[in-house]
Structures are given as C-alpha cells and as structure tokens.
Write a protein that binds this ligand. Structure first.
Ligand SMILES: C[S@@+](CC[C@H](N)C(=O)[O-])C[C@H]1O[C@@H](n2cnc3c(N)ncnc32)[C@H](O)[C@@H]1O
Length: 284
C-alpha cells in the first residue's frame, strides 16, 4: 500500500469511536504500532495516509453526488486528483483538490493536464482543516473517522443547504447518511446538508394557523404545535437540503402532510389533499 511515510500512518491508530478502519489503513497502522502515539499530529504531519480510491468507486461517488456542470466540487485530501479530474472530464464540473503533500499536488496537476481539464480544476497545497469549503456544492472525502467528525460541524455550518457530501469508507458518527452503497467492497456514504429549521415558526394555511416550535437533529426534526383550533402533533419531520416534509395530526385525529421549501427564515409549500402553506420564523 502506498503509505507516504511512517508519520503518515500514525493517525490511523488514533481512537476511532469503536469503528474498524479499512484493511488498507490498518495495514499501515500495524507498521507503526510500536511508537507512542500523539493525540494530535505535530505540525507537518499528515492526518490521513495516501490510499487512492479505485476508479469504479470514484465513478460511483460522483454518481451518488449527481454532479453536473453547475456544481463546484471540492475533494478534501485529494491525493492524485482522480475525483476532481474525473468530475471535470466526465461531467464538466469545475473543482478544487486540496492536499498537504506536494507530490500529490504535482500528480493532480499532471492528471488534469493529461485529461485536458486544467481550465476547470485546481490543486492547492494546504491543510484541509484550514480550507474554506463554503463554495462547494459537492464535497468528497476519503479520510478517517475522527477527521470526518472534526469536519462535521464545519460541513453543517459552512455549506449551503442542498450541498452533497460523499465519503469513501467512513461515516460521520450519528449524522445518519441519506444514502449508502457498497461498491467493490467499499462502503460509500452520501449526506445532503439540511436547511436549519430549529426555532419557533408561525404557520399559515387555508385550514388555519399554528405556532410550531421545531427541534432539529441533522436532517430530522421534532416539534411542539399549538394550532388555532387546539393542540396538534407533528410527526415525520424531515429535510433533504431545502426540501421539508412533516405531518400535522390535529386534535380531531385528521392528519395532513406538509411539503415545501425552506428559504432562510421563510418556508412555503403545499398541503396534502389541497391548499398551500407558508411559515415565518419568529424566534431562533
Ligand atoms: C486516503 S487519501 C485520499 C486521496 C483521494 N481523495 C482519493 O480518494 O483517491 C487521503 C489524502 O489526504 C491527504 N491529507 C492528509 N492529511 C491532510 C491534511 N491535513 N490536509 C490536506 N490533505 C491531507 C493525504 O496526503 C492523502 O493524499
């Protein structure tokens, strides 16, 4: 396995929240098992060893992300640039690869040159933790569990709702993926960054109004409802990017599903069975 250096394998032995590492990463870690492990890598060390994603797995990751020419893809820890270059070559997607290792950056540039996509992609030597990812509409990664977990709040707070995040091999802890696939024995995960809906909302529809107090956990939310007509119950609260869905069961037992779109502090959509609804956030 192409390990960059013995130092590069060290982080593979750091605590992994009880999840097994990939066989390739474990093989790298075994070679380093006699050294005392630092909790954090010292300056200049890599957080993840270099293990390239097989091309059919790259293709599957891009399919899961549904990349197109209107997207901007960032691969964090881009290795030889294969994900960024493939997206540009096959789908015309502009993008950026970020890697700390100058050899990987040189390989990325050479691969972009060979594929004729230098006008669409760039490779930047920098720390993925110091990279501004806010322009990404697709974020790809093949990192490590604890690196994913460190990135998770950045992903949720920086990326626009609807941004697709695809990870090879490692999940994001208790943020349940929206899709998983296994391709050539490799586990792949896709999440869609959800809009933020926690807070209080005034909902209006032809059937009357209600005050919603929503409590969001990633792409799911619960809520307390005080409807004009009495108490009601909210179930099935779910977000996919800006798309929202929930069911309100009224005191008389009638339940209606609301679907719509979140735009900042406003949401609107249609009610199952007919009619429209709007809601405005009144408190955070
Ligand atoms: C497992 S490889 C993945 C390569 C590529 N994304 C792929 O899937 O083929 C991880 C890459 O992350 C890079 N890397 C490790 N720590 C990094 C850091 N802190 N910032 C940027 N890149 C880093 C390594 O040099 C390596 O190329």
């Amino acid at each position: 396995m192409p390990i960059q250096s013995r130092r590069a394998a060290l982080p593979a032995l750091r605590p992994t929240l009880g999840r097994p590492l990939s066989a390739a990463f474990v093989a790298g870690a075994v070679a380093a098992s006699v050294v005392v492990l630092p909790l954090r890598p010292a300056a200049g060390q890599y957080d993840v060893p270099y293990v390239p994603t097989p091309q059919p797995v790259v293709d599957a990751m891009l399919e899961m992300a549904q990349v197109g020419s209107g997207d901007y893809l960032i691969d964090l820890g881009s290795g030889d640039g294969r994900i960024v270059v493939t997206a540009a070559r096959k789908f015309g997607t502009p993008g950026m690869g970020v890697d700390l290792n100058p050899e990987r950056i040189a390989e990325g540039n050479a691969n972009a040159e060979r594929a004729g996509v230098t006008d669409k992609v760039k490779f930047v030597r920098q720390d993925l933790f110091k990279t501004d990812i806010s322009d990404a509409t697709v974020l790809t990664m093949y990192l490590l569990p604890q690196v994913n977990l460190r990135l998770r709040p950045v992903v949720l707070d920086t990326l626009a709702p609807g941004t697709r995040v695809v990870s090879h091999a490692f999940d994001m802890g208790d943020w349940t993926p929206d899709e998983t696939r296994t391709v050539e024995g490799k586990r792949l995960y896709r999440w869609v960054v959800p809009a933020k809906v926690s807070g209080t909302w005034d909902l209006r529809s032809e059937g009357g109004g209600a005050r919603l107090t929503l409590d969001q956990t990633y792409q799911r939310f619960d809520g307390a409802v005080r409807a004009d007509t009495g108490m009601a119950r909210l179930t099935g609260g779910r977000l996919e990017g800006k798309d929202i869905r929930f069911t309100l069961a009224m005191g008389d037992g009638e339940a209606r599903t609301y679907t719509g779109t979140v735009e900042g502090d406003r949401m609107s959509g249609t009610v199952e069975g007919g009619g429209t609804w709007t809601a405005e956030r009144t408190g955070g």
